[in-house]
Design a binder for this molecule. Sequence first.
Ligand SMILES: Nc1ncnc2c1ncn2[C@@H]1O[C@H](COP(=O)(O)OP(=O)(O)OP(=O)(O)O)[C@@H](O)[C@H]1O
Ligand SMILES: [Mg+2]
Length: 371
Amino acid sequence: MPIRHLQVSGVRNLLPLTINPHPAINFLYGDNGSGKTSVLEAIALLSAGKSFRTTQFKHVLSHQQDRMELMLQLDDEHLGECELHSLRLKSGDQLLKINGSVLTSQAEAAHWLPVQVIEPNTFRLLSGSPEERRQFIDWGVFHVEQGFMENWKTFRQQLKQRNAVLKQKQEEWLSVWNPGYIESAEAIDQQRQSYLKRFKPEFERILSQLDDSLEIQLTYYRGWDKDSALSDVLARQQERDLNLGYSQSGPHRAELRIKVDKQPAADILSRGQQKTVVAALKIAQGSLFQKESGRSTIYLVDDLASELDEKHRFALCKLLEDLKCQVFVTSIDKEKLTDIWRPTASKVFHVEHGAVRETDQASPTATTTHE
Ligand SMILES: Nc1ncnc2c1ncn2[C@@H]1O[C@H](COP(=O)(O)OP(=O)(O)OP(=O)(O)O)[C@@H](O)[C@H]1O
Ligand SMILES: [Mg+2]
């Protein structure tokens, strides 16, 4: 999967840059505010169409610039070579191309460029809204279960129609819309359940390698009572649905409950432990994806050292290396990582005032790669 060439312009404080990353480990180090996270953000933007730091594009676009241009080339184990190109203007217009052809949906870019982000705010996966955990499950389902995207689009349409009927209190139309709603809801639930059944043992395996003292329970709530058919639940809730004007039950209400001793993990675990659990969730997802598709994920690990002691830092680094996928890791000082971890294959980049320079591991000024 590795990105072999990356060009970025118009992202935050970054000067126009061109780098040829290593197919394995890439270290980016530099002072606070130098632009390390911004490099990761540029890669995430190409994959997901949005940043992991902000939902607003205007914050990522460099001040005083009216266009952002991102381009990368990658070699995929199965899909072959690919060039992804994104142009976004301050006005909001954007163009996304893959191998020269215009893409109409971001999902295709995400399909080519599966990216997992581990960053200091990732503990939000535990403490944030259920939507964050739904999105997490769906990343995995989307990448390994056939037809999930289509099923999801069908369900969204059904949900929209059903909610419109509820809002207008057209009770008589519910019997027309319910069968399609139920069918598409169950299709999504089936795919999520099937995925999670394979995901859980992978998660336990990875977590035990990161920290064998942590015992975490993952429980899937499908969005309606596990002991009732959705048709019965809808019948029982019909009056309340009509009063509220929306559907209370369905896969849009699904949740992955992450607990320690029956309590929400976010309420019990320390920050470092939360980071470890989130890292295990994300690495397990990449590892399962790799096993099932033969393709690999790109890991963007921002500020790897934060919150983690040396033992956990090393365990995380080792796991990332063992995955044999491409990793971009940032750190304020290089030594914090390299003193505990010497991957056999890596490149080091120094980031300074928005300029990214590839350096020799021994001497930090060897090659200039920014233009
Ligand atoms: N839209 C923007 N245009 C120009 N500069 C910006 C914009 N948004 C943020 N910046 C600046 O870009 C710089 C890069 O920020 P970034 O978060 O990438 O740094 P970093 O190297 O990851 O720092 P840290 O070690 O503190 O995490 C910061 O100095 C920030 O103030
Ligand atoms: Mg940063």
